[in-house]
Write a protein that binds this ligand. Structure first.
Ligand code: SAM
Ligand code: FES
Length: 354
């Protein structure tokens, strides 16, 4: 590692932020030694706040129907080969019941932008879930909606919302999305969600087509300004029926590096070791935790639909039952000296507010 890189890492660790130019240089100059030092500092910060606790969220993939056409995504509307499904309210509540028995206290309802889930339908599902399990947090990840819709869902009991910003660079955003989607609306959604009172997660794919050290520096700068409660980053993995089918997948090494950087920028952030990370490397999630992540999100969807929620090729955990995933992650975390905790795992700064 050269002197400049060491200086940048020390500055980041002390101050928690860098200029856009410095973030870019930090990324460009990185080598294995820099990655190891960042991981060490990041895990020290994680342990200082969370000890060896790793939070777990049960992911329920409620619909593979989507009106959008994101270039990277396997469930984009133009993918005529995609198998579509939608879970009923009863199926969703059953998944949550099973998850509750397994110890989950946060449920994440994620899906494509499926018009069936109108405000009335989704508010009813959220309210029923909260009524059945008042001690649980409900996270939604259902894409872009109006401010009124986000407000209604919040009032019906949703606590958190995940909406990756995907990239903080406007021109890059436009290369990843068709013309009917806009960077401004994405940013509007994130601002509205925060304003309304949700714990909010943003995030991006590492190695998405056309991404550069400069756009990544903009992502980091955006995250520092926006101060999300959560940040989902995982490698881009091509899907065989999308316009990006021949693009290279994102790197494990860069994803781990960025997880460490984000932990140092915001030590109390909730940072998942994502399924995509586990999909590009058999030990990806463990490596993510050892780089500074502190959340895992096992799948609680019915096994019968799991293969159909195919965002990218070779996604893991599509054949396992919820209990198997829970047990598997328990063991994986134990093997690296961590422990899965079952409480709601609110962002430290918002604890007790929701
Ligand atoms: N519709 C919701 C939304 O847009 O936020 C939730 C579902 S969307 C499929 C969830 C996330 O999957 C996206 O934010 C994107 O970053 C990620 N994703 C989609 N396609 C991917 C791919 N090919 N590789 C890795 N991640 C992908
Ligand atoms: Fe699903 Fe390991 S987490 S099988």
């Amino acid at each position: 590692m050269d002197r400049r890189e060491r200086e940048l890492i020390e500055k980041l660790s002390d101050k928690g932020s860098l200029s856009i130019e410095d973030y870019e240089q930090l990324i460009v100059l990185r080598d294995d030694e820099a990655k190891d030092l960042l991981a060490l500092l990041a895990t020290q910060k994680r342990k200082a706040i969370f000890g060896n606790a790793i939070y777990t969220r049960g992911l329920i993939e409620i619909s593979s129907i989507c009106k959008n056409n994101c270039m990277y995504c396997g469930i984009r509307r133009d993918n005529i080969n995609a198998e579509r499904y939608r879970l009923s309210k009863e199926e969703i509540l059953t998944c949550a019941d099973e998850g509750y028995e397994l110890g989950f206290r946060t449920f994440v309802l994620q899906g494509g932008e499926d018009a069936f889930f109108s405000d009335d339908v989704l508010c009813d599902i959220v309210a029923s879930l909260k009524k059945d399990h008042p001690d649980c947090a409900v996270t939604l990840s259902m894409g872009e909606r109006s401010r009124e819709s986000y407000k209604a869902l919040y009032e019906s009991g949703a606590d958190r919302y995940l909406l990756r910003h995907e990239t903080a660079d406007r021109a890059h955003y436009e290369m990843l999305h068709p013309k009917d989607m806009s960077f401004d609306n994405r940013m509007r959604c994130l601002t509205d969600l925060k304003d309304i009172g949700y714990q909010v997660g943003c995030g991006f794919m590492v190695g998405s087509p056309f991404q550069t050290a400069k756009t990544l520096a903009q992502d980091l700068f955006f995250i520092k300004q926006f101060k999300p409660d959560m940040c989902g980053i995982g490698p881009f993995i091509p899907h065989h029926s999308t316009p990006f089918k021949d693009e290279a997948k994102g790197s494990l090494e860069l994803t781990l590096f960025l997880l460490s950087v984000i932990r140092l920028m915001q030590p109390d952030i909730l940072l998942p070791a994502t399924t995509a990370l586990g999909s590009i490397d058999p030990k990806g999630r463990e490596k993510g935790i050892l780089a500074g992540a502190n959340v895992v999100m096992p799948n609680l969807s019915p096994v019968s639909v799991r293969k159909k929620y195919e965002l990218y090729d070779n996604k893991i955990c599509t054949g396992e039952e919820s209990a198997q995933c829970r047990e598997c992650l328990d063991k994986r975390m134990e093997a690296i000296g961590c422990r899965l905790v079952v409480d709601r795992g609110d962002a430290p700064r918002t604890k007790g507010q929701n």
